[in-house]
Design a protein around this ligand. Structure first.
Ligand code: NDP
Ligand code: GDR
Length: 373
């Protein structure tokens, strides 16, 4: 029997990799996408199947985590074996500006899905994965963080995700549902949204290397994160739903670096050696050496990185480092892609795009580069 999965957030970074992964495993994949005034399916366009095709393996449904009746109807139509709840307002800084919306979608959206499954009598059939997060640890109580580390969320996003975490646990305990949390640490890829720090860095430095933007503005460069590759992490999301018993797992690499180090490593990929000077809002990344064959627009002495306090957060998560031993010991999961390999892939992707833009610009076409992210 073909298994059926429903993915909320299929148009996002993880949703797109998970859809690919499940299609390769022979699943029939259903995804919920939001209606928007312009197309928002870039990340899954390569998987798209015409609605007129027979026996489609990928089916998209319009929907929103803020709309219970819509979610109930979709789950009733699909009757999924597995639900992956990846949909969310997932930007921590934005959650301080849109706190109520974030709570509605990230916290209550999870409840709406669980209630729909229960209301439809599918609680013994449908397995549920909740996209929980290392942001739950926030002001960290223990280093490294594992499944038993106490939570202390530091943003409206993290508080909303705390509710989602516990409501998934509660439905498991109260109704015997197979519901589990993946407590995932930061994971990135060339498909990462452009306003998260890693992609902002690789994209801006690639643009700078081609003379398309002058400078990369960042917030707190001392923040420490445990960065893995999204492809490794979606594999674990699937593995978590294939066990005898639903359990929660930390997914991380067990290695952390600062944002500044991520900048240095990305610059190195572009043939740029950086020296950091100053402190706080006066901190600057100055070019010490440059390989002009990769970065023709950059010169020694250029200030290509500066701090802009607009990117500081009202409450910051300074350090996150995960201990994935439980996932390793119980499920045999280990990350396969190193941070350096991931940076190399992200930089190559963004450099290719920047070169295409430069070519267009050099031939008289206007190119809009949004540098204020
Ligand atoms: P993205 O921001 O790339 O994707 C989020 C997805 O949610 C998009 O498809 C988005 O749609 C959709 N979405 C947003 N609001 C709604 C809504 N109201 N109704 C339905 N769908 C909505 O996130 P990631 O792929 O990086 O992350 C996936 C999940 O994992 C998220 O829940 C995130 O919070 C969580 N997470 C992510 C980590 C990471 O490092 N990436 C780490 C830990 C947890 P649209 O494309 O239209 O915007
Ligand atoms: P995070 O990711 O908040 O960890 O949440 P993000 O990449 O936004 O920030 C990581 C760290 O970098 C610092 N930083 C900046 N961040 C952004 N976005 N822009 C900047 O200019 C900048 N300068 C410094 C931040 O302050 C922070 O310390 C991500 C999301 O995917 C969540 O959905 C997920 O739950 C967590 O990872 C785990």
């Amino acid at each position: 029997m073909t298994k059926r999965a429903l993915i909320t957030g299929i148009t996002g970074q993880d949703g797109s990799y998970l859809a690919e992964f499940l299609l390769e495993k022979g699943y029939e994949v259903h995804g919920i996408k939001r209606r928007s005034s312009s197309l928002n399916t870039d990340r899954i366009d390569h998987l798209y199947q015409d609605p007129h095709e027979q026996n489609r393996k990928l089916v998209l449904h319009y929907g929103d985590l803020a709309d219970s009746s819509n979610l109930t109807r979709i789950i009733n139509d699909v009757k999924p074996d597995e639900v992956y709840n990846l949909g969310a307002q997932s930007h921590v800084a934005v959650s301080f500006e849109a706190a109520e919306y974030t709570a509605d979608v990230d916290a209550l959206g999870t409840l709406r899905l669980l209630e729909a499954i229960r209301f439809l009598g599918l609680e013994k059939k449908t397995r549920f994965y909740q996209a929980s997060t290392s942001e739950l640890y926030g002001l960290v109580q223990e280093i490294p963080q594992k499944e038993t580390t106490p939570f202390h969320p530091r943003s409206p996003y993290a508080v909303a995700k705390l509710y989602a975490y516990w409501i998934a646990v509660n439905y498991r305990e109260a109704y015997g549902m197979y519901a589990c949390n993946g407590i995932l640490f930061n994971h990135e890829s060339p498909r990462r949204g452009e306003t998260f720090v890693t992609r902002k860095i690789t994209r801006a430095l690639a643009n700078i290397s081609q003379g398309l933007e002058p400078c990369l503005y960042l917030g707190n460069m001392d923040a420490l994160r445990d960065w893995g590759h999204a492809k490794d992490y979606v594999r674990m999301q699937w593995m978590m739903l294939q066990q005898e018993e639903a359990r929660d797992y930390v997914i991380a690499t067990g290695r952390q670096v600062t944002v500044r180090t991520f900048v240095e490593l990305s610059a190195k990929e572009l043939g740029i050696t950086l020296r950091f000077e100053g402190e706080g809002v006066n901190e600057k990344g100055i070019v010490e050496a440059v390989d002009k064959s990769i970065s023709p627009a950059v010169s020694v002495g250029d200030e290509v990185v500066r701090v802009d306090e607009r990117y500081f957060r009202p409450a910051e998560v300074e350090t996150l480092l995960g201990d994935p031993s439980k996932a390793k010991n119980e499920l045999g999961w280990e990350p396969e892609i190193t941070m350096e390999e991931m940076i190399s892939e992200m930089v190559a992707h963004d450099l290719k795009k920047a070169r295409q833009h430069r070519l267009l610009r050099d031939n008289g076409f206007e190119v809009a580069i949004n540098a204020s992210q």
